[in-house]
Design a protein around this ligand. Structure first.
Ligand SMILES: NC(=O)c1ccc[n+]([C@@H]2O[C@H](COP(=O)([O-])OP(=O)(O)OC[C@H]3O[C@@H](n4cnc5c(N)ncnc54)[C@H](O)[C@@H]3O)[C@@H](O)[C@H]2O)c1
Ligand SMILES: O=C(O)C(=O)C[C@]1(C(=O)O)C=C[C@@H](O)C=C1
Length: 310
């Protein structure tokens, strides 16, 4: 018999579209906090959904996305952003009135552009982006604690039902995230410099090292227990996900890349002409910035600083 005193779950039936690193971490966290009575998923025919079922992190798996979302009051898109439009076109007509659709994509303007046209009027769309991840992919790489003490940014378009936004905020806060709400275009500009450009630099530097002559390449591998190793971790991130990020945040990335290239050229000049003061002044400024970030993270109680200062 069901317990009459038991609080109902935040969602009756939730569906994950995509059950890789982020989708499976969410599935585990939703399960751990009892946020959905039933949890189902659809994913590409790459073995993800079968693995998720074997891991016991979802109740049901579906090969057809429209079948997966039927009867759900929450649908979470956790696929590479280039896959969104075709998927929502398929499952949009099967969504029930009042359902909330959200996502975890690393770019927000393009997601709103791709998803909104295929959603029925009676469905609420609350785009989201957890600022948490690793270089690993797939359902086995996920873990329930991934979002603890991390930011999640929501970018609801003007006019979005406030109750739907509150429910998605509650979902993220329950699994341990700090939530901020901002406009999608602003999100894309901020993430272009804090996440997308660093990944582009990591992909470039590792590619450049790999293009060196054989002897040098051996040394790179041998001595990579230093700063270079951190770049190789980032450069191991999922190629499909990151291709889609750069293709879908083109303007903002090109803008910061332009400024970065100018600053790099100025540094190149300072090195060429022996301008030690210029170099010292920049390095002192950036050292202060790093210390400020660590202090701010400690103030927010984030676990990030703990790992980064080791
Ligand atoms: N990896 C990160 O660090 C990170 C962090 C925050 C947000 N994100 C965002 O999360 C999303 C998922 O990234 P991830 O790291 O979990 O990737 P992942 O590769 O680990 O998982 C992707 C999942 O999507 C499924 N998929 C791919 N194409 C599909 C299609 N056409 N139809 C149905 N399913 C499909 C795959 O089967 C897999 O289950 C991306 O939009 C990414 O921008 C990633
Ligand atoms: O820690 C990592 O591996 C990440 O790259 C995570 C990271 C980031 O750049 O901070 C990557 C992409 C996201 O959209 C959000 C988080």
């Amino acid at each position: 018999m069901s317990d009459p005193l038991k609080k109902p779950a935040l969602f009756r039936r939730a569906c994950l579209i995509g059950i890789g690193l982020i989708g499976s971490s969410l599935a585990r966290a939703i399960r751990a906090h009892g946020l959905a009575e039933t949890l189902v998923c659809h994913s590409a025919a790459d073995g993800s959904k079968e693995t998720a079922q074997k891991l016991g992190i979802v109740d049901e798996v579906y090969a057809d996305p429209a079948e997966a979302v039927r009867g759900c009051d929450l649908v979470i898109l956790a696929t590479p952003i280039g896959a969104n439009a075709a998927l929502v076109e398929q499952f949009g007509p099967a969504l029930e009135a009042g359902a909330i659709v959200t996502d975890v994509g690393s770019v927000k303007m393009a997601v709103v552009r791709d998803v909104s046209p295929f959603l029925p009027d009676a469905v609420h769309f609350v785009p989201g982006h957890p600022i948490a991840g690793t270089e690993h992919s797939g359902p086995e790489a996920g873990f329930a604690e991934l979002f603890q003490n991390r930011w999640c940014i929501l970018t609801p378009p003007t006019g979005t039902d406030p109750e739907a936004v509150t429910k998605i905020r509650t979902l993220w806060e329950t699994i341990g995230s700090n939530v901020d709400v901002m406009e999608a275009g602003h999100h894309d500009q901020v993430l272009a410099i804090t996440s997308h450009l660093p990944h582009l630099i990591a992909y470039t530097i590792v590619g450049t090292a790999d293009d060196l002559e054989d002897v040098l390449k051996q040394e790179v591998i041998k001595y990579s227990a230093s700063g270079f190793r951190d770049f190789t971790r980032i450069a191991a991130s999922d190629p499909t996900m990151w291709r889609d990020v750069f293709l879908n945040n083109r303007e903002a990335v090109l803008e910061v890349l332009q400024r970065f290239t100018e600053d790099l050229t100025a540094l190149q000049r300072a090195i060429r002409w022996g301008e030690g003061e210029t170099l010292h002044a920049l390095f002192s400024r950036t050292r202060q910035i790093r210390r400020g970030i660590i202090e701010a993270k400690q103030a927010y109680g984030s676990g990030i600083a703990k790992f980064e200062t080791q």
